[in-house]
Write a new protein. Structure first.
Length: 273
């Protein structure tokens, strides 16, 4: 895969900054299941660690609205400090959510758009509990973009596939959640990209946070986080291909590095049995 993201033939903007990684991929417990030292039960990166960074790819395109292109996912990136989310496309009632941008991890706040991407209101998929939550936001509060990348995770086959348009660009084995802490099925999107301070640690060199969460109630506050599901590298490549994590999806460090160089925030992720 190219290290430059080509969205409709145009290069997107890259954003980078130093932030705090406060157990963002929380369902992983530092990288997935397990409890031993050096396993995925390793302690999360602490908030006072000055070496933690996040690299975020902003999904921006000059002309994202091409209704005839079924391979494009429309993405909205916040351009205001706080986005109000409503249950209906009007602001007569109180917002059901107020979401900050940048997010707690320092990433820009992004949504994927469900349906029409024109007009004063957008129906969007939300990075909040419960999984599958939707709401309406003002189009004036966001910048529109699109991506033709998509990710499919097959839990039973222990396989992850990245597609750009109709072309498969990554096809790789993965580690997934155990029977006790399964990886939840559903359709999500990449909401943040984190670079842990130790590329040889439990998360590997990069960790994507998804818009989905573990359904296991015991992980709702795991390691101080909210049970966010992630895709990340690993310091235990021998466990790839098995049910091993607290719900996160493990790939090799080589693969997550390749993905981080190309996949923008807002890329859809379908997780199937």
């Amino acid at each position: 895969m190219s290290p430059k993201l080509d969205v409709k033939g145009r290069r997107s903007r890259w954003l980078a900054g130093v932030v705090l990684l406060v157990a963002t991929v929380a369902a992983c417990g530092g990288g997935g299941g397990g409890a031993g030292a050096g396993d995925d039960g390793a302690a999360p990166v602490q908030a006072d660690d000055p070496g933690t960074t996040t690299t975020s790819v902003a999904p921006v395109a000059d002309d994202p609205l091409v209704p005839s292109d079924e391979n494009l996912t429309r993405v909205a990136q916040a351009k205001v400090p706080q986005v109000a989310v409503y249950a209906e496309p009007d602001d007569a009632g109180a917002p059901i959510h107020r979401l900050a941008s940048p997010t707690e991890s320092g990433s820009p706040l992004v949504f994927t758009i469900d349906g029409d991407a024109t007009g004063p209101w957008l129906k969007v998929n939300l990075p909040v509990r419960p999984n599958g939550s939707q709401g309406y936001i003002r189009s004036a509060d966001v910048q529109l973009g699109s991506t033709d990348y998509s990710v499919k995770v097959e839990l039973g086959a222990h396989r992850l596939t990245v597609t750009k348009g109709t072309e498969v660009v990554v096809d790789t084995p993965i580690g997934v959640g155990t029977a006790e802490t399964p990886t939840p099925g559903g359709v999500y999107y990449l909401k943040e990209l984190l670079e842990p301070p130790d590329p040889n640690g439990a998360y590997g060199p990069y960790a994507y946070g998804l818009s989905g969460f573990s359904n296991n109630p015991e992980l709702a506050n795991f390691n101080g986080g909210d049970g966010i599901i992630g895709i990340h590298g690993t310091n235990q490549p021998d466990k790839i291909g098995s049910d091993v994590s607290h719900g996160c999806i493990r790939v090799s460090n080589e693969v997550i590095t390749e993905m981080a160089a190309s996949l923008p925030l807002g890329t859809p992720v379908e997780i199937v049995a």
